[in-house]
Unconditional design. Sequence first.
Length: 153
Amino acid sequence: MKSNAEPRDPNYEARCRASFDAQRMMKTLGAEITKIAPGQVEIEMPFQAEFTQQHGYLHAAAVTAVLDNACGYASSSLAPPNASVLTVEYKVNLMAPAVGERCIARATVKRSGRTLTVCAADAFMLKDGAEEQVATMTATMMTIYRKEVQHDP
């Protein structure tokens, strides 16, 4: 992963990982941040039968949750230390059935502003060593400034 974005918090990675670790839904999905750089995040989630829909594909809600989080933490990696981000909106295009061993979501900040940040993310399923794109997302994140940001579960 390569990025030209400059983080406003030298401890962005530790802050993002601590926040991610406090998310019970991501723990339930078995998701983890596998790569992080200023303005870019990759999250991986193992394929689990518990999160499939009636045809045996990984449910769109699970794929979307991982994409949304990747966008959120890509945005958060550029936020100042006294801020956090919330999703304002997103659009997802599902492109292929999500089957394979792992779902990989890669997000990049397209524009980071004081209040709004626009991100793009793609989801891939890893199967037999090859990646197939299964979804794409555009998302807008809102930066919330506070004196003390809490990431309590």
